[in-house]
Write a protein that binds this ligand. Structure first.
Ligand code: T4K
Length: 382
């Protein structure tokens, strides 16, 4: 059976061979430690800190709970400046903490929060900035830090897309006050579900670890109304194993991305992001942007065309978070003030990208995107 006889989704989780996982399961079955900072949990924290080049990391059940907890650790309140161009969990973490999101537009080059528009959105109630390194490309970190220093604001990076990315010679999660990661099944590195907070000092790590365990600061002391967001031993064991294959997976992703770039290069009205300088890539996503006037059909028409041919790209991130009914009423959700984000959300499609995707399928996807190519896979006229 050919790969394209089955649906091709935007991603497919990388999994180790089942045989490799069995000894880990055996160990869990033998020692009966299933969760609450067990041996695999401790081992994964140690290995990840080394691999990511960060001083302290705390594992979480998922990235969303890591975000919610990160805001609590820094006691962020009032208003927080953030981007509408992200997965909805970024803003939901504010909602769960009773914090008002203040949306600021993105910049065109990498689709990240535009630092030049942050200052105008600061009010006496602003306490933090919550930017996202979208698609794994770093925000303008120095500029954001300058603003945060001047106004006395905290910076929490949503680095959910950034596993293993280095910026200016260091792990990207070293920047800002805290960074959060996601290890969801759809991410470059997955523990099925999972996430983490990266911090700079031991005292903060301690507080994070209390908060993810109901607020317990010892057997009978509770320091805050913490939540239960602990990673369990099955997830941690999976992470240890996944880490062994990570480099090889990223290499495969790189080859696929290069193939996309090569095949899509000359197509009028189709653009993609360039590689930022001083930064390594984890090849997490491959977004393309459709300029309807130049391309000939709209992004949505292309999205449907791909779907009709069994290719399920995703419009990350459409609609903007600020368009969802819960957030639409906010003053900062005014589309007039979020023009670049609006335009980007209208133009984007993330194409399938995962280590086991064959280059043959990539070529077929590109052929479907190239409206001038004589397509073998569709009978549509255009
Ligand atoms: N911040 C940012 C910037 C994020 O992108 C995310 C998550 C978070 C925070 C929150 O982190 P977590 O709490 O999730 O750790 C997916 C993911 O569920 C989500 O984790 C991710 N971002 C977001 C960008 O994408 P959906 O609703 O698009 O996923 P879904 O289930 O439709 O999966 C996409 C495709 O992947 C499917 O069509 C098929 C394939 N797939 C998916 C899963 C789950 C598989 O083949 N196997 C699987 O197990 O949100």
């Amino acid at each position: 059976m050919k790969e394209l006889d089955n649906p091709i989704y935007v991603t497919q989780p990388s999994l180790p061979e089942l045989d490799e996982f069995i000894p880990y399961l055996q160990q869990i079955w033998d020692n009966k430690i299933l969760t609450n900072n067990g041996p695999f949990h401790k081992q994964l924290e140690k290995e990840l800190a080394e691999f990511l080049g960060v001083p302290y990391i705390s594992l979480f059940a998922n990235g969303t709970l890591a975000l919610v907890t990160a805001l609590q650790v820094l006691q962020v309140t009032g208003e927080v400046i953030t981007t509408p161009y992200s997965f909805v969990a970024t803003t939901h973490s504010l909602w769960w903490n009773n914090i008002k999101p203040v949306f600021v537009d993105i910049e065109k080059e990498f689709c990240n929060l535009d630092p030049e528009k942050i200052e105008a959105a600061i009010t006496p109630k602003t306490t933090a900035i919550l930017p996202v390194h979208v698609y794994g490309n770093p925000c303008k970190i120095e500029r954001i830090q300058d603003i945060a220093d001047i106004y006395g604001l905290k910076v929490i990076y949503d680095a959910a897309h950034c596993f293993g990315v280095n910026h200016k010679g260091q792990g990207i999660c070293n920047f800002g006050d805290l960074s959060i990661l996601s290890f969801h099944a759809t991410k470059v590195f997955n523990t099925m579900e999972g996430g983490a907070i990266v911090c700079h000092d031991e005292a903060t790590k301690k507080r994070i670890d209390f908060l993810k365990n109901f607020g317990f600061a010892g057997e009978i002391k509770v320091m805050a109304p913490g939540i239960n967001s602990k990673m369990n031993e099955l997830q941690a064991a999976m992470g240890i194993l996944q880490l062994k294959h990570h480099k090889e997976n990223v290499e495969k992703r790189k080859t696929i991305v290069e193939q996309y770039q090569l095949k899509l290069k000359g197509i009028k009205g189709v653009s993609f992001l360039s590689q930022p300088s001083d930064t390594t890539s984890n090849y997490a996503y491959f977004p393309i942007f459709i300029n309807e006037a130049e391309y000939g059909i709209s992004r949505n028409d292309l999205y449907e065309r791909l779907k009709q041919n069994n290719i399920y790209g995703r419009r990350y991130f459409y609609p903007l978070i600020s368009e969802f009914p819960i957030y639409k009423g906010l003053e900062s959700a005014n589309p007039e003030k979020l023009r670049i984000a609006q335009q980007t959300a209208e133009q984007v499609i993330c194409l399938p990208l995962y280590p086991n995707l064959s280059l043959e399928t990539v070529c077929k996807i590109c052929q479907l995107i190239d409206l001038n190519a004589k397509s073998l896979y569709t009978n549509e006229k255009h």
